[in-house]
Design a protein around this ligand. Structure first.
Ligand code: AMP
Ligand code: MG
Length: 520
């Protein structure tokens, strides 16, 4: 394996002086050196060829024993020093103190084609940040992380990537529903890749400890290495840095809203400083369009992280980051302006995103109302978000009366679309048709554009669960089938039509399909 390894992170930032691996509060350091746990019987289940190439590896590298050893934590590459990062975070609205990479170990940094990548194992054993947990991951959550992070990439959503999915060969004890029923599950490891895994929480921890020296070192490192276009670190550039993080966070969330993705645990320790979707835990995909939906059973009561609240939570999290950066800036006004702009930009970007889903390009005063009416109507009956928007591109100008028929496949109980609801739809399609007259594009041109933003295939909750059920029985074919399917989510793929379907009834209340916990 010919990798162009470097050590920017570990050479630029202060390390924990203690090298023994026991749980502790780590002060004045950004990371601790840790060695991944050896596993009993590692087996690679899937590899992302795209990521292999992106890192500058070859197909034959990925078939080698060395690859298997390294990406399951059983061999540390020469000249590399694996480490876990120290971070804190606000969890469900409360400051939680030190969290850190409790089960993530960064293996190395690599450069390829002028891009910097960090390669990290998730589930490779205990670290100083493991607190009361075991540092391991189970197969079900690893399949979910592996498939979803690559699927998000192909959807065009900013995300961390995945290189490989492996079984460790060890068993891991979990109480999946937190109901006192513990059971052994297969242990697994995902090799994740991103330019950086830094989170808001990496900055918050130093502000909380009033360790402004380390805070500054970390912010300067981040600007120099990941926001170098801003120029060298200075007070003005700290502000520019915050503005850019704010904008990237918003852009990421707008993408989530476009494709119907619900992260599920938007704690500040799960917010990437690069605006990447990070930490795929109890996430889910909207089936019925519903602003109030969350897949996370841990959040069932307050639904803090429900679909419709994600943009607000993004802003709330940015407030926490602003507080953390404040000691370096010592002025509230510029930070407040940026946070105010988030709200304004959200309105603009959200409107543009929804317009693109409807195939609208021209400016029109009433577009916000048209979209509001659509959302209100979508909420009247259970309507599949993905199928609805995909089917909408088949609408033809001047055929308002056929609108409802075009999208009928999206209704979960088509026979129960009452006269009142049907009338509302007919009204909406009439308005939509009127509005389309202001557009220049032909029906065919509009369809092309709409199909490029409204995916046909997403990783529906039940699809991941089917792959998990098979995998638990030792059959991994479906992992590959879904992986290949989701590489081209906007293409028709007629042979895969079975995945362009509403959630089957059996999946409505099945664990893993609509209900997920943080236990992973
Ligand atoms: P999450 O909200 O799942 O991203 O995790 C919150 C914190 O718990 C992070 O610091 C994780 O590293 C840690 N954590 C989650 N699961 C485990 C585990 N099995 N072992 C050790 N730490 C964990
Ligand atoms: Mg996390």
């Amino acid at each position: 394996m010919q990798l162009k390894i470097n050590h920017n992170f570990t050479e630029s930032l202060p390390a924990d002086e203690i090298i023994e691996n026991y749980r502790r509060q780590v002060k004045a350091a950004c990371f601790s050196y840790v060695t991944p746990k050896r596993t009993k019987n590692p087996e690679i289940l899937h590899i992302s060829e795209d990521m292999v190439n992106t890192l500058g590896l070859t197909s034959s590298d990925s078939q080698s024993q060395l690859f298997k050893n390294v990406f399951t934590g059983n061999q540390v590459l020469e000249n590399t020093t694996p480490y876990s990062m120290c971070y804190g975070g606000h969890q469900f609205g409360n400051w939680a103190g030190q969290l850190g990479d409790g089960r993530a170990i960064n293996l190395f940094e690599v450069e390829h084609h002028n891009k910097q990548w960090q390669v990290q194992l998730k589930g490779a054993g205990e670290t100083p940040y493991s607190r009361t947990a075991d540092g391991l991951a189970v197969l079900r959550s690893s399949i979910r992380e592996y498939l979803c992070s690559e699927a998000m990439f192909y959807l065009g959503v900013p995300t961390t990537r995945a290189l490989s999915l492996s079984l460790s060969g060890d068993e891991v004890m979990r109480d999946m529903l937190y109901d006192g029923n513990q059971a052994y599950e297969k242990g697994a490891i995902v090799a994740r890749v991103a330019p950086s895994f830094l989170r808001f929480g990496n900055f918050e921890i130093f502000a909380a400890r009033q360790d402004h020296n380390t805070l500054k070192t970390l912010v300067d490192y981040t600007i120099l290495n990941h926001f170098s276009h801003l120029g060298s670190p200075s007070k003005d550039n700290y502000i520019a840095f915050f503005a850019e993080v704010s904008q990237r966070t918003l852009d990421m969330i707008i993408h989530w809203q476009r494709v119907g993705f619900v992260h599920g645990v938007m704690n500040t320790d799960n917010m990437s400083i690069l605006g990447l979707t990070i930490d795929y835990g109890p996430y889910g995909w909207l089936e019925g369009f519903d602003f109030g939906w969350t897949p996370n059973t841990t959040d069932r009561e307050h639904k803090r992280y429900r679909f419709g609240n994600q943009p607000n939570i993004g802003l709330w999290n940015l407030y926490q980051l602003a507080n953390a950066l404040y000691p370096l800036i010592e002025e509230t006004q510029p930070l407040e302006t940026i946070l105010e702009n988030y709200k304004i930009d959200f309105e603009k970007k959200s409107l543009n995103m929804m317009k693109s889903k409807l195939g609208l390009e021209q400016f029109n005063d009433e577009d916000a109302q048209l979209i509001q009416n659509l959302e209100d109507t979508l909420l009247l009956t259970e309507t599949d978000m993905t199928i609805f928007f995909r089917a909408l591109s088949n609408f033809k100008k001047g055929e308002a009366s056929k609108g409802l028929e075009r999208v009928s496949a999206a209704f979960y109980t088509p026979n129960e679309v009452s006269d009142v609801v049907a009338q509302q739809w007919r009204n909406w399609f009439k308005n939509y048709d009127e509005r389309l007259k202001k557009e220049m594009l032909t029906d065919a041109q509009r369809k092309l554009k709409m199909d490029a933003v409204n995916p046909k295939y997403v990783l529906r909750n039940y699809m991941a669960q089917l792959a998990i059920d098979d995998a638990n029985k030792g059959d991994y074919k479906l992992i590959d089938e879904l992986f290949q399917l989701l590489k081209n989510p906007y293409d028709e793929q007629p042979k895969q039509q079975k995945w362009f379907a509403k959630r089957p009834d059996w999946a409505r209340h099945k664990v893993g399909c609509s209900m997920l916990s943080c236990s992973s």
